[in-house]
Design a binder for this molecule. Structure first.
Ligand SMILES: [Zn+2]
Length: 108
């Protein structure tokens, strides 16, 4: 089943574990289109991707970001849909940084 980037949801601001960019909206990686259409909020163990650096994380029990487990890293690395999404995010970021060169001075 193809993975899709789900709807964005308001969430408490959380800093990306990789770049420290504060994300106040989560773009979820959904495996189930029906779930996506319902617009459910993030759930524990769901993957999420940082829109600033493309770092892939997961939500913990309290919906804070956590690093992936070794098993999840393997799963993500071998999932071409997630890798494609990561490239899309990085491309999007690059395009945004070209539009706003002064706004993007964080150092991943
Ligand atoms: Zn990041």
């Amino acid at each position: 089943m193809p993975l899709k980037l789900g709807d964005e949801h308001e969430q408490d601001p959380k800093a990306c574990l990789a770049c420290g960019n504060v994300l106040d909206r989560a773009g979820e990686i959904k495996q189930d289109v029906a779930t996506e259409l319902e617009g459910n909020p993030p759930t524990p163990d769901e993957y999420t991707i940082c829109f600033n650096c493309g770092h892939i994380m997961a939500f913990d029990e309290e919906l804070h970001f956590r690093e992936l487990t070794e098993k999840e890293i393997f799963e993500v690395a071998s999932n071409s849909e997630i890798q494609k999404m990561k490239r899309m995010v990085i491309k999007f970021r690059d395009e945004m940084s070209m539009l706003k060169p002064l706004a993007n001075n964080s150092n991943p």
